[in-house]
Design a protein around this ligand. Sequence first.
Ligand code: FAD
Ligand code: 2HG
Ligand code: ZN
Length: 506
Amino acid sequence: MLFRYLFSTPYITKTCTLNKLNRTLSTLPQLSSEKYGVKRKEFGVLKNDDVKFFQSLISKERVLTDESELLPYNIDWIKNCRGQSKVVLKPKTTEEVSQILKYCNERRLAVCPQGGNTGLVGGSVPVFDEVIINFMLMNKIISVDELSGALVCEAGCILENLDNYARERNLIMPLDLGAKGSCQIGGNISTNAGGIRLLRYGNLQGTVLGVEAVKADGSIIDCLRTLKKDNTGYHLKHLFIGSEGTLGVVTKVAIQCPSLPKSVNLGFFGVESFDSVLQLYKSAKSSLGEILSAFEMADSLSIGTTVKNLKLTNPIGEYPFYVLIETHGSDEEHDSDKLSRFLSREMDSGLIVDGTVTAEETKMKSIWNIRESIAGAALHGGYMFKYDVSVPLRSYYELVHVLRRRLRAVDCKVYGYGHVGDGNIHINVVVPEYSKEVYGLLEPFIFEEVSKHKGSISAEHGVGFRKPQYIHYSKDQTSLQLMRDMKRVMDPNGILNPYKVLPDPS
Ligand code: FAD
Ligand code: 2HG
Ligand code: ZN
């Protein structure tokens, strides 16, 4: 029966245990340097005196050197990369960060800034023995202006904590993503993270009002303004938004928080084809207009694998494609009126085959949990190649078909899901274990395909360690040269997150 669950959704809530799952390190990932054949650059090598200096600067407890303690800081979330750092530092203040960087710069010790270590491109873990600067103890909220919505905090604040704090003040954080329980605002800014509501609230380049950052030589750049308008010269904060810790280290953040929506609805729909997904998107934009806050899609394999592996319940049964539509508004009656009209029209048109809509918080959480769990749901069943690209909407899902054809002789699952509203698709290729042959079939092939569509080889996760050699598919040589020039000005010794973002000129 069509829409059997409409406005009354009986299904199970299962909390996400992904973090635990992914941190269970049954087998150690191969060292990144060996797996990807990288040569160590000529940086200084950590000595006992360096450790002593760090201990005297920030106290012994905040300097980790024990090998087993270091392990989780050396391995990334998807267990794709493993570094060999011998020391993790946990500063508590900007001044400490400044002193650490000044020292490392003088000693030519390479550094890897690390937030919540949820990054998906290997940027957050070292490749060799870089000093890890972890921001987890820089977690103070400094101020919030309930009138303007400007929130100021330290870089190590966890996104979910900030959102909870904002909600108590009738505000929300302008970004939301599946890793919110672990990722830090400094990491979000450094990756220019997108997430599920970019469609509505825009990207961090727009919502970040100001940053405080520390340059490689230890000097502190104070751009921590809370003004919406400030055209006084170059917009230096943008140097740090999306530069993945290669131009400086973010220590404080000022961000514009939107008002807490008074009315929220979430729908989860079954759709027969990708073409219907696109038509539904077009219709949702024009019918829901200003209240549309998310439009996400996932194919049947994404949802099927996730509910099966994590023992979740799919509330609507099996369909070739699924769409999540969320509204944020200020008037419950107006919003549900609008939504009902849209839904009955699209059920009649046949674009929506089945679905469930709810305004109840626990049920909304449970639906979002399915969508947000896709990222890691297949991790314990094998090795995952992850791609995060943006292409024109007409070609959005084509890449999944192309890859399935190319990998037809390989034992693998290829599935696609993502932020339709932003033209951003995530493609996961899951194989029983890492294989160089599959890697060779996937890369650079997938990036060549993306560039045929004039797309981006990294829509929202960044370039990190995994993609510098492919950046030219999305950036011309003159732009790359300008990036290198900027890097030279900001970090002449190249100590900040080496082997990341910029391709080796050789
Ligand atoms: P890390 O992973 O620790 O670091 C990421 C990069 O930023 C590294 O290069 C690191 O060196 C640098 N960095 C970290 N902190 C600082 C700092 N203070 N100063 C300078 N550089 C720093 N991403 C999206 O864009 N959208 C999504 O929807 C999304 N969903 C996700 C869902 C899951 C389940 C997971 C695991 C990841 C997801 N991600 C998503 C990727 C990831 O969460 C984001 O990239 C996030 O912004 C990283 O934040 P982090 O604190 O974990 O940073
Ligand atoms: C998401 O949208 C994240 O869920 C993660 O960006 C995507 O798993 C991925 O590749
Ligand atoms: Zn995403």
